[in-house]
Design a protein around this ligand. Sequence first.
Ligand code: COA
Length: 447
Amino acid sequence: MAKKKQKSAKAKPTARKTIKTAKKAARSPKGKGGLALSGIRVLDMTHVQSGPTCTQLLAWLGADVIKVERPGTGDATRGQLRDVPNVDSLYFTMLNHNKRSITLNPKSPVGNKIFARLIEECDVMVENFAPGAIDRMGFPWEKIQKINPRMVYASVKGFGPGPYEDCKVYENVAQCTGGSASTTGEIGRVPLVTGAQIGDSGTGLHLALGIVAALLQRERTGRGQRVTCAMQDGVLNLCRVKLRDQQRLAHGPLKEYPQYPNIPFGPAVPRAGNASGGGQPGWIVKCKGWETDPDAYSYVIAQAAAFPALAKAIGREDWLTDPEWNTPEARLPKLDKMFEIIEQWTMTKTKFEVMDILNPLDVPCGPILSMKELAEEPSLRKTGTVVEVDHPTRGKYLTVGNPIKLSDSPTKVVRSPLLGEHTDEILRGVVGFSKKDIEEARKTGAV
Ligand code: COA
């Protein structure tokens, strides 16, 4: 008992001291401590989308990201979906901001030595090549760990250990194998993939969190670790509610699904059109202009709490006293009819008018915004979520900025590097090469 008392007496001043220090830090001018990941150097062996999404986020958070690219060609996406001849594609520029580029072939003898030096000088290595590619370059994890025990080595692969671990995987394969496609689409129609890159960018996001956590753990343990994210796992994580429903299905039909009670459920969670994933009935309804504008639609959720306000707004106050409509249970078997009636009203309003009328009534809703509308939305420009960037060969283009906002670590989006733009700078400043060393490395084709 006495011991316990002593312990808490000791703990109090420490906590107070910690708060005092934090208060002092809060008063110090912003920007003095650099950005969140200042001082962290990343060896970026990524290509295409999933890996570059991850390293771009780390760069936006302040890390020095060194993108290693194959001499002559670089990341294949530089040339993919080109809209302007001989200019880095938007595919590449929009995934590689705030990075430095070095051309290097780690498979050549000189390149191999340079690569080992980079491993020594970096805190994090990220890659998303096909399974075994980095090992085939001569750098299995055991060797990387030996060269630099503090290294956090992070990889994206299509699948985790199991029957498909050796497979190459792209976005839509991950959506199909991770549970998204089987649960997306209209009732009774083909499975659909979504436009959101949940396999690539979603897994890149997961990986970035793993890396930051590993760096934090390294503060305590002094050693790095292996971080792996499989695209199938990342997609399944984002489809968590559907695995929830799979288990609910064993106890009876999913009453909030639009199938209920008219279409029987099979053994697996079905596609449910535009029904909301939560317990509240929701649907996409047409708005004024839908005949010519493919995006003149709104999502409306007929949440029980806001139902009276919704009914009044659409001129159906009678629903509130009619036992056929005035309880969630009564409405459940005829949600399609209910949304048809709501749609008769929304078709008389633009999607923005629907938002303006229903939002103050606490009826959850949202207009279906096109990419054009998002690109032109002033509030997104103001917050830096949509940014205009200038590029030396492309000129001005729009990109999505950092969606993660840190009050003490603001993001300034810097254009993507040209192929090998920083080769000499990195060889000199990071590897420690002289001008002569650089010339010799270049002669051998290593850089
Ligand atoms: N210098 C020399 N060679 C290099 C190099 C460099 N700087 N960078 C990469 N290479 C080589 C690799 O060593 C590898 O050669 P190897 O197969 O002889 O060992 C090759 O280039 C790259 O291979 P790979 O990853 O198989 O490219 P790919 O275009 O055939 O496949 C993916 C692309 C995306 C399907 C595959 O990389 C993959 O499945 N990645 C993991 C999952 C993933 O991230 N998918 C989503 C991508 S958005």
